[in-house]
Design a protein around this ligand. Structure first.
Ligand code: PLP
Length: 231
């Protein structure tokens, strides 16, 4: 059997997004695909760029920066930081990324605001919600969300765009949906409070259909595009 190419896999992911959107009466153009390139080289990233993909996600600062540098002459790329973020790495992230999706404490937000270069637009922010995932050490619980929102909104170099979540993995479609449903309800309630949020970042390779059923406006997909990661 032939191994599919990265371009073929990317096309399959776009087909999955289109099919799930259609099934739930949604417009596929309202769902942004972030291609998660952690564990893969800038050469593999360049292959997907050649196929038209311009939005990428990385989870480790040390690994990401050389790849971003290697591709810096290619116009219109958007880099999302989606991994855990230590204080001593906030400067590099503020300088090199357009989005940070993994904010779960005020301290990180303050440091990113402080280090965001003046010549760049505000850094787009998603707050990471810890939803039905007690094992996960990352993410703010819904109960502790409001003070974090208030803090981020006061920071001029950050722009709060929405919520991100990584529920505990399960192959059960209904369980996937029920975790995403919780985040979607939270997202809608914040919008109803008048917050101008436009981004609900939920769904990965194995659960993007459930996420789209529950209102995802952004899915973060690695393995289904680039193949298994080596580490
Ligand atoms: C690695 C990662 C992804 C992509 O996961 P796949 O299962 O490979 O699609 C998405 N989001 C975050 C935060 C990740 O760390």
């Amino acid at each position: 059997m032939l191994t599919p190419t990265i371009q073929q896999r990317l096309a399959l992911v776009y087909n999955r997004i289109a099919a799930a959107a259609k099934k739930h009466d949604r417009n596929a153009n309202d769902i942004i695909l972030v291609a998660v390139s952690k564990g893969h080289s800038h050469i593999e990233i360049a292959t997907t760029i050649a196929a038209g993909q311009l939005v990428f996600g990385e989870s480790y600062v040390q690994e990401a920066i050389p790849k971003i540098q290697a591709l810096k002459n290619i116009p219109n790329l958007t880099w999302h930081y989606i991994g855990p973020l230590q204080s001593n790495k906030t400067k590099l992230v503020a300088q090199n990324f357009a989005w940070v999706q993994s904010i779960d404490r005020e301290k990180t937000a303050h440091l990113l605001n402080q280090h965001r270069p003046a010549h760049l637009p505000p850094l787009n922010i998603c707050l990471e919600i810890n939803v039905s995932n007690e094992e996960s050490k990352s993410g703010v619980t819904p109960k502790n969300l409001q003070p974090l929102i208030d803090a981020v909104q006061k920071l001029p170099n950050l722009r709060l765009r929405g919520l991100m979540a990584i529920p505990a993995p399960t192959s059960d479609y209904n369980q996937q949906r029920s975790a995403f449903h919780e985040v979607h309800e939270l997202f809608k309630s914040l919008q109803q409070q008048g917050l101008p949020l436009d981004t609900l970042s939920i769904g990965m390779s194995d659960d993007l259909e459930a996420a789209i059923a529950e209102g995802a406006t952004m899915v973060r997909v690695g393995t289904a595009i680039f193949g298994e990661r080596i580490k």
